[in-house]
Structures are given as C-alpha cells and as structure tokens.
Write a protein that binds this ligand. Sequence first.
Ligand SMILES: O=C(O)CCC(=O)C(=O)O
Length: 261
Amino acid sequence: MKRKVALAQMDIQLGLPEANYQKTARAIKAAADHHADIIVLPEMWNTGYALNKLKDIADNNGQKTQQFLSKLALENKINIVGGSVAIRRGTSFYNTSYIYDQTGQLIGTYDKVHLFGLMDENQYLKAGVKESHFALAGIPSASFICYDLRFPEWVRTTARHGADILYFPAEWPSSRIKQWKIMLQSRAIENQAFVVAVNRVGTDLDNDFNGHSLVIDPLGNIISDAGEEERVSYAEVDLEKLAEVRGPIPVFKDRRPELYH
Ligand SMILES: O=C(O)CCC(=O)C(=O)O
C-alpha cells in the first residue's frame, strides 16, 4: 500500500489568524490538486507564537479550526493532519491538533504534552495528558507536537500500541535544525515507523525557522527534505517496507519493560 503525503512548509503570520487560515486553505487545495492522500500542517499555524495575545486570538474551543478543516477535507477529498493551533478551552489555552479524514470526520485530537519553556509555552499554555492514536487513510498513526520529539519515552509509549506513521508538526528553530534531523531519524529507526515531520519557515520576534520538513522511512533514510523555502512538498510512503524492517528485528516483541523505570 502506497500513500502520497503533502507537507505544508509554510511561513506563519505572527498573531494574524485570518491571513494564516487563507494560506492554509491554499496549501490544502494545492495538495488535493497534486492528488495527495494526506496533507500535514505545521505547529501553531493559526497564530504563531503570539502567546501574549492568546486571550484575543486563540480559537475558542477550536471551533473555527474544526469547521475549517472539516469543510476543506470533505471538499478536497483529502485527509488532514491539522498540525496544531492555539485554542482556548474553558479558562486555559492549549496547543492542539485536529485530524480529519477525507469525509470531513474528526478522527483524532492531541494536546501538546511537553511544553517548551524556552519559548515560554509553560507560562501561557496547559499541557495535554493523553496519547493520540488514529487510523488515517487506512494507516494506524500517531501524532506529537514539536518539543515532544525530545522525549523518546513518550513516543515509544504511544508507538507501542501500533503506529505505522508518526507525525511531528513543529516550529523548530534553524539554530537546532541538526538536532531535529537526527532525532526524527532516531524516532523512525527505534519505532520502526515512517516519520512525517512538518516545520515552518520565516521568522518571528525571537526565532528564525528554516523548514527542512522531512519524510523518513523506518530505516531512518530521509525520503524527502523540503529544503528551506516556503512550499508544499510531496513524498510517497510505501507501507510494504514496514514488514521488511520489523520482521528480522522485532524490537517491540523484544522489549523488557519490567526492567525500564
Ligand atoms: O526542542 C526544540 O529545540 C524546539 C522545540 C520547539 O520549538 C517547540 O516545541 O515549539
């Protein structure tokens, strides 16, 4: 089984949701025109890291984003891993992913679990507490957000329930892009899964972002690197490869969880 994935490596307008919704809609339509099965968006694509403005610009209960993604998924017959958006739920703010299938049904949500102190997320946001599991385009999958990448124990905790594709939407600064690549390759190898990771480009007040959205196979080979420009990039994942990798080296079967503390 093969699937074409589209990676929306976008610039994000800081604190300007309207402009970002419009750009995101254009990226989703472009991916559908290229006959992609799945499109993946970056982290916090509605607001960027305008954390001190969340009271005014966060999406209330994620309602606008949910209607927007559902409509675009159905109209364009495309599956959407909705990166993440800043939302308000009750009196708190979250960094939240919504995942839609191509009929416009919400099939998964995820609140970022590890908040990134260096970007002050812990001062403004509440952390999630749950794993994300969903079957998208017929593929058991899981999603994380950016800094979650630095916690292999969390990725493993999720992946051990079965995930053929691990999604990592992000706003990962250029200064640490070497670490991004190495850790994404590691998560692919150790979990014997494809990794689809979408980073933004452009700048905000504190950071510069140079893309390098990646698709990585279960052996850690980079299948596609979107480079440093704003673009929607495409790659094909061949799920047959999973059995070839998992058969001879069955790491999930060989785990010794009784020794891990
Ligand atoms: O871990 C890093 O270096 C980057 C993390 C990050 O930028 C984020 O979680 O938003």
